[in-house]
Ligand binder design. Structure first.
Ligand code: M6R
Length: 613
C-alpha cells in the first residue's frame, strides 16, 4: 500500500513526481505529498489531504526542482491528516515510506527521550527520526544502522539535506523498482510509474541500498559491496496503464479480458503426438514447471487473499475433480499463523495479481521453510512472490489499475485450468484426447467473453435496480458457490452495498431468516449436476419474496415466475461456465457502483496492493 516515487535528473522533479503519483494512486489515495530540493541544501515539502489531483493543484505555479520524492498514502498509523501525510522530516532527513514499522512505539520512546518531538502519529516519522539520530555525514552508515534497528516492512526513499540531488533507497518486504533514462534516475513502488521513461528496469533486492543521482544509480549490499542490478524489460507499453477512452480503469480492464486470457493461455499450448494422433495440450515446460512437480503429491494447499483466493476456490474444484488429490484453500492471513502441516509431498500454490501481498508472501515463505513444493500464479513480473517461489506461472493480464480485480481474476482462473489439465495428463488421469478436448473448450471462453461484453445492457438495468438495495445475497453450489464469493466481494468493495455469498444449500440453516422482499438475490445456476437442487433453493428465497436475478444456461428449464431477471451465459460445457458468469457479475458490480455515483476505481478505505498485514 502507499505509492512512492523518487526522481533526480534534468526534468522538473515536481512534475515527474506528481505524474508518477497519479499512476500509483491506486495503491493509496487518502493524502499525498512531495519534498524537493529547491536550493542546494533547502528541501521544500508540500502535502495535502485528498487525492493526487489536490496535491497537483496546491503546487505553486513555477515551482521547479531537479530532485525529490513523492508519496500517496493509505493510512495505517494515524488518521488521514496533513501532519500524517508523507514526506516526513527530522533534522537532516526527509523520507517517504511504504510499509509498517512494528517496533515504532519503543523507538519513539527512545528517540523522544533525546529531545526529538514527533509532529505526526506515524511510524514513518519515527523512522526519519531514527535515521537522523544515526546520521553523522555518512548516509550509508546511517541507513545500515537504522535497518538493524527497524522491525517490520519498509521501502524508503530518503533525502539528506546536505546531499543535494541524491536519493537513497532501501527496502524490506515492500517493493521498489528503478530505472535510469535520458531524463535521469527514477525509483517507485511499481513499474507503472516508470513506464513513460523506460521499459527497462530492475527490482531493488531486499537489504540492498540504491543511491540515485542524475547520472546513474549505484546499488550496494548492506555490507557496502557493489551490486550490478539485473535489468528486465516490460512487455506492455504505457497505454496499457491508461484508460484508452473508457470511463474507468475497471471498465477498460473488464473489456481487456479476452486479450488477457489469450495471452495467458496461448503461449502454454503445444502440439503433442500420441498414438499417431496430434493433440494440442497445455505445456508448462517453457515456464520451468516440470510434470514431476505433480508426482507423489499427497495434498495441495492453495493460499491467497481476496479475489485471488476466490480463484483458488475454483482451482480446488478443478484439481479435486481431475486429479483426485485432496486440496484445501486457505486465506493467507490465517494460513500463516495456523502452524500448517507441510512436507515435500505437499504442493502449496500461492496466487496474487500484484505478487506483493504481504500475507500471501508470508504464506509462501512459510511453505518453503517447511519443505513444501511451491508454485505461484502471479501477474506482476519480478514481484516478490514470483521471485521467491520455486515455480511461477505468470498470468499475462497486463497492468491492473482498478482496485477491483477483474482481468487478473479470469486470468488466474485460466492458469488453474492449464495447471489442472497438464497435471491430470501428466499423472495419466486424463488421456491426450480428453485433455485436448478440455483445452479446446478453454479456448472458447475467449469468444464467450466477447459475447458477454456485447450484452452489457442487461447488467446496467440490473445495476439500476440494485442501487436501492442495502443488503444482497449471492447464492450458488459448487463452482457457482466459488463464483458467488467473487461476485459478492466485487459488488461490496465498489458499491458499498452489504452482500454475502452463500452456499445455496446452507441458507436454510439460518440465513433464510434474512430473506425478505427487500433483498435481491443473485442466484448462479450454471452447473447441470446441481441444477435441480439449485432451483429448489431459488424457490425457497422466492417464496420469502426475494427479488431474484438468475444467471444460468439456455438449456436450464426454470419456471418464469421464479426470477425477475434471467441471464443465460453463452453455451459452453459446465466446467467453463465460471468465465462468462464472472464477467456478468463484474459488469453488474461496475454499473451499480457507477450509478450510485461512487469512485469505481478507487473505493474508499481500500488500496490495490496490500503490502501490510
Ligand atoms: O495482488 P493480490 O492478488 O495478492 O491481491 C489480493 C487482494 O487484495 C485482491 O484480490 C482484492 O481482494 C481485490 N481488491 C478484489 O477485487
Amino acid at each position: 500500500m502507499c505509492g512512492i516515487i523518487g526522481f533526480t535528473g534534468s526534468k522538473n522533479a515536481a512534475e515527474v513526481l506528481v505524474d508518477g503519483l497519479a499512476e500509483l494512486e491506486y495503491r493509496g489515495y487518502d493524502s499525498a505529498g512531495i519534498a524537493c530540493f529547491t536550493a542546494p541544501s533547502a528541501i521544500t515539502t508540500i502535502k495535502t489531504v485528498g487525492k493526487v489531483s489536490q496535491l497537483r493543484a496546491s503546487i505553486p505555479f513555477g515551482f521547479t526542482a531537479s530532485c525529490g520524492i513523492g508519496h500517496t498514502r493509505w493510512a495505517t498509523h494515524g488518521g488521514v491528516t496533513q501532519a500524517n501525510a508523507h514526506p516526513h522530516s527530522c533534522g537532516h532527513v526527509t523520507l517517504i515510506h511504504n510499509g509498517i514499522i512494528e517496533n515504532y512505539l519503543s523507538l519513539r520512546d527512545e528517540l523522544t527521550a533525546t529531545g526529538r518531538i514527533p509532529v505526526s502519529q506515524t511510524d514513518s516519522e519515527i523512522a526519519a527520526m531514527l535515521i537522523d539520530s544515526l546520521y553523522t555525514g555518512d548516509a550509508y552508515q546511517a541507513i545500515r544502522d537504522a535497518a538493524a534497528r527497524l522491525e517490520g516492512a519498509y521501502a524508503f526513499c530518503i533525502l539528506f539535506a546536505d546531499q543535494p540531488d541524491t536519493i537513497y533507497c532501501i527496502r524490506k518486504g515492500s517493493p521498489l523498482v528503478a530505472c535510469h533514462s535520458e531524463i535521469g534516475s527514477v525509483i517507485a513502488s511499481d513499474m507503472v510509474a516508470l513506464l513513460r521513461y523506460s521499459k527497462d528496469y530492475f527490482v531493488l533486492s531486499e537489504d540492498q541500498i540504491a543511491c540515485l543521482k542524475p547520472e546513474g544509480i549505484t546499488v550496494t549490499t548492506l555490507a557496502g559491496e557493489a551490486v550490478c542490478p539485473e535489468y528486465q524489460t516490460v512487455t506492455w507499453d504505457v497505454s496499457s496503464a491508461q484508460k484508452n477512452g473508457f470511463k474507468h480503469y475497471m471498465e477498460k480492464e473488464i473489456h481487456e479480458q479476452p486479450d488477457a486470457l489469450s495471452r495467458t493461455i496461448m503461449p502454454r499450448l503445444s502440439k503433442h503426438t500420441d498414438n499417431d494422433c496430434c493433440y494440442t495440450l497445455p505445456d508448462l515446460s517453457a515456464d520451468g514447471i516440470p510434470d514431476s512437480l505433480f508426482e507423489n503429491l499427497h495434498r495441495i494447499i492453495i493460499t491467497a487473499c481476496g479475489t485471488a483466493m476466490h480463484a483458488g476456490m475454483m482451482g480446488k474444484i478443478l484439481f479435486e475433480r481431475l486429479l483426485r488429490i485432496p486440496v484445501t484453500v486457505d486465506i493467507a492471513s490465517e494460513f500463516r499463523y495456523q502452524n500448517p502441516i507441510l512436507d515435500e509431498n505437499t504442493l502449496v500454490i500461492t496466487v496474487s495479481q500484484s505478487g506483493e501481498t504481504a500475507d500471501t508472501l508470508a504464506a509462501l515463505r512459510l511453505a518453503r521453510a517447511q519443505g513444501a513444493r511451491t508454485l505461484s500464479i502471479v501477474n506482476v513480473k519480478g514481484s516478490s512472490i514470483a521471485r521467491e517461489s520455486d515455480h511461477v506461472l505468470y498470468t499475462h493480464a497486463g497492468p491492473e489499475i482498478a482496485v477491483a480485480s477483474t482481468k487478473a481474476y479470469t486470468a488466474q482462473l485460466s492458469a488453474f485450468y492449464l495447471i489442472a489439465f497438464r497435471a491430470a495428463y501428466a499423472l495419466k488421469k486424463l488421456s491426450a484426447a480428453d485433455c485436448a478436448h478440455l483445452t479446446s473448450q478453454l479456448l472458447t471462453v475467449v469468444s464467450d467473453i466477447h459475447t458477454v461484453l456485447a450484452d452489457k445492457a442487461v447488467t446496467e438495468e440490473i445495476g439500476r435496480h440494485l442501487i436501492k438495495a442495502d443488503d444482497l445475497f449471492f447464492i450458488g453450489r459448487s463452482m457457482d458457490y466459488a463464483l458467488s464469493c467473487e461476485g459478492s466481494i466485487k459488488l461490496k468493495e465498489i458499491s458499498y452495498i452489504h452482500s454475502e455469498a452463500y452456499a445455496a444449500g446452507e441458507l436454510k440453516h439460518g440465513t433464510l431468516s434474512l430473506i425478505t422482499s427487500e433483498i435481491p438475490v443473485i442466484a448462479l445456476a450454471t452447473q447441470q449436476d446441481v441444477l435441480a437442487k439449485m432451483i429448489s433453493n431459488v424457490k425457497e428465497v422466492r417464496a420469502r419474496g426475494a427479488f431474484v436475478i438468475l444467471i444460468t444456461t439456455e438449456a436450464a428449464v426454470v419456471e418464469e415466475g421464479l426470477y425477475d431477471y434471467r441471464i443465460n451465459i453463452p453455451v459452453c460445457e459446465d466446467l467453463f461456465a465460471p468465465f462468462s458468469a464472472a464477467v456478468y457479475l463484474q459488469l453488474i458490480a461496475y454499473h451499480t457502483s457507477y450509478l450510485r455515483g461512487l469512485d469505481v476505481d478507487q473505493p474508499r478505505h481500500l488500496a490495490k496492493s496490500v503490502t501490510v498485514e
